[in-house]
Unconditional design. Structure first.
Length: 692
């Protein structure tokens, strides 16, 4: 009988998870293996299969999340990418939007376009906004450009013509010519990537898709080959940034949809957890070895970003903060990500202030305490020094550590230059890391007009339990939840995700003058496209319809639920009220009743309803030898003897901190001013005392 598992690659560790029919959860955590990350996946899968006596050859599906696309952008290691665009629009990527992420930095330099100017080509052609041909496409010029691209060593081409969303014929013609002349080159068209108005966002998204296309395809092909070599021919499915799962072959065509797939899996898992607990509103905090991510579940549902940016020091939705990354206008769960994880380097700036990240030690050379070549201190080294982490090994003993190396690195780099006691310096690093990561939480809450105090915090990732309570304290959140297998929770989330896709199409019309029949025709086309991508028929799919709306004359739109299965059934008064409510909550002022509203795009999410998935999670029984060690909880509490226990030692009645909870996948730190308990589903619940 076939079985399926989830695998998630991070910058430091690769996580693997399997959920049995009775809900029993089995996991494996192994170091990532750059540059061939696929080897780490196969290694983790083999360890898990051996541990629970499952035959690798019987693995039928592996649902996968990775950071390959993200890393290609952050490290500048994507394909050599050319852009073919309408005459006069060569520099759209340079002009961008008139926004900068740091207002008082006059010397700020925008990131270099992913397609350099010498690889951006113009061709005579023109459509007007209604899709009428103004100038025919110069096909001879396209062929000449294709030969120039080949000579320049181009590996990927993005095609983006003006108003092609209204009439795609010129882009289709150019794509055919390019594929004839450049058969081995990755070609992507904006009408297949983002058939929507707003020239910069459409061009940027198409270029991102081209830039990450070859490395993503190479990675997936290599991993599939490694699995076959290991005796496993499992189908590989991929998490999308939208939180849905699709076949890996579809991802090879549109790889930009997986830029945030790893973080998305954790948010999907947290949404499942919130439903199981009957909680409507939670904030997710996912801290791994390289980055920390924040997102929000509101009224039980995922929150999506209308404008998302990747490649900046903080990847985030750009409605208020933004301008420092590359626009990615695909369906993306609103996840804010900062370069602060357990492996993030700790350093002093020229003014002597402690800084954390964004550069990370990753799996190689690793934190100083790993004794694998790294000698610069990291956040993990600070946590080891404070006593938060095990002083001899991590990940259930699979990663030996040397606490003396952590202390030596911190002393030389931080404590001695600042003339601080070592514990005070380590605690300062911990607090700076918390402050850095709070930015990610605020980007998805306060920047959206939400008050974090009204939410519970779900902390996961390898370091989520170590920093979760401190993050909550900074935001005045009173409850923190650490789910089972928190350290590999993104891998678990992969197994809890729906098989679904989101598709959209431009549809510009004033709300009070819209043609419902025309809108329903577009939705019917979107249904057909979604069914094709999911490879299912309409009877097996559930559809969620939305519209993107804005005030007439405004440049940015908000996504609002349609509230009906067909446009002709819509209550337009209620639709406008939903838009006005979201507008007021997001931007802090009311949208006037006398102000006109227009629809910009129609959006549809299709979900395969034939899926089955776990309804509960159970951890296998394991015991941990209880211990006691000295732990530093800051100047208010000092050094305290603290019990170290396993999750199974907790009770539903709870106990007062301090307490350290150690598990195979991660550690949870409970400070003295908090109370910890466990619920019937093995979730750790930490309740914080109110501030004095």
């Amino acid at each position: 009988m076939g079985w399926r598992l989830g695998s998630d690659i991070g910058g430091t560790f690769t996580d693997v998870a399997f959920i049995a029919e009775d809900g029993t959860l089995s996991t494996a955590k192994v170091p990532s293996t750059p540059p061939n990350y696929g080897r780490g996946v196969v290694h983790g899968v083999s360890i898990l299969a051996d541990g629970i006596s499952l035959a690798l050859r019987n693995l039928s599906e592996m649902v996968h999340g990775c950071t390959v696309a993200t890393n290609a952008i952050l490290e500048g290691k994507g394909a050599r990418t050319a852009l073919l665009t309408t005459e006069g629009f060569r520099d759209v990527l340079e002009l961008r939007r008139i926004r900068v992420p740091r207002l008082y930095e006059p010397l700020y330099v925008k990131p270099a376009p992913l397609s350099p100017r010498d690889l951006r080509f113009e061709v005579a052609e023109r459509m007007d906004a209604s899709g009428r041909v103004v100038t025919q496409l110069d096909t001879d010029r396209v062929r000449k450009i294709a030969r120039e691209m080949v000579a320049a060593g181009v590996e990927a081409v993005a095609v983006c013509f003006l108003h092609s969303y209204a009439n795609p014929i010129h882009e289709r013609m150019a794509g055919e010519i390019l594929r004839e002349e450049m058969p081995d080159t990755f070609i992507t068209l904006s009408v297949d990537t983002l058939p929507q108005m707003r020239e910069y966002e459409r061009t940027s998204t198409t270029v991102v898709n081209a830039y990450v296309g070859p490395p993503v395809k190479s990675y997936l092909d290599g991993m599939e080959a490694d699995l076959i070599e290991a005796g496993c021919g499992a189908r590989v499915s991929m998490m999308q940034s939208s939180g849905g799962v699709v076949d890996a072959e579809a991802v090879k065509e549109k790889p930009a949809q997986i830029v945030e797939c790893g973080p998305a899996a954790g948010v999907v898992g947290a949404a499942w957890l919130a439903r199981s607990l009957g909680i409507d509103n939670i904030i997710t905090f996912d801290m791994g070895g390289t980055t920390a991510k924040g997102s929000m579940i509101e009224n039980g549902g995922l929150i999506y970003a209308e404008d998302y940016e990747v490649g900046d020091s903080m990847s985030t939705a750009g409605a208020i903060a933004g301008g420092g990354g590359y626009s990615l206008r695909l369906p993306v769960i609103d996840i804010s990500e900062v370069g602060a994880g357990g492996g993030s380097y700790v350093w002093l700036d020229r003014a002597g202030a402690i800084k954390v990240g964004p550069e990370s030690a990753g799996a190689v050379p690793g934190p100083a305490c790993y004794n694998t070549g790294g000698n610069r201190p990291t956040v993990t080294d600070a946590n080891v020094t404070l006593g938060y982490l095990n002083q001899s090994s991590l990940a259930g003993g699979t990663v030996p550590i040397d606490a003396h190396l952590s202390k030596a690195a911190l002393k030389e780099t931080i404590a001695d230059p600042l003339k601080l006691d070592l514990l005070a310096a380590a605690h300062g690093v911990h607090e700076v890391a918390n402050a850095t990561m709070v930015r990610a939480i605020k980007a998805v809450t306060t920047y959206r007009g939400r008050d974090p105090r009204e939410f519970a915090l779900v902390a996961f990732g390898g370091n989520g339990g170590v920093h979760g309570v401190g993050i909550a304290r900074n935001l005045d959140i009173r409850r923190v939840i650490i789910p089972p297998a928190a350290g590999v929770f993104s891998a678990v989330g992969l197994l809890l995700a729906d098989k679904s896709v989101s598709v959209l199409r431009a549809f510009a019309a004033p709300l009070d003058g819209i043609d419902p029949a025309a809108a329903d025709e577009v939705y019917d086309a979107l249904r057909s496209e979604a069914n094709r991508l999911l490879d299912i028929d309409g009877e097996k799919a559930a559809y969620h319809l939305q519209v993107e709306m804005r005030g007439v004359g405004q440049a940015f739109e908000l996504t609002v639920d349609l509230g009906a299965e067909r446009f002709r059934e819509v209550d337009f008064v209620q639709l406008r009220k939903r838009f006005a409510s979201e507008y007021g909550q997001r931007f802090g002022h009311a949208f006037g009743d006398d102000e006109s509203v227009e629809v910009v795009s129609l959006k549809l999410t299709a979900t395969d309803t034939t899926q089955t998935r776990a309804t509960t999670l159970q951890l296998p029984q394991c015991s941990l030898q209880e211990d006691v060690r000295d732990v530093w909880f800051g100047p208010d509490h000092g050094l305290m003897q603290t019990r170290v226990v396993g999750r199974q030692a907790l009770t539903t009645d709870g106990e007062q901190g301090p307490l350290i909870i150690e598990e195979y996948e991660g550690t949870t730190v409970v400070p003295p001013d908090a109370r910890v308990s466990i619920d019937k589903n093995s979730n750790i619940i930490v309740d914080l005392e109110a501030k004095a």
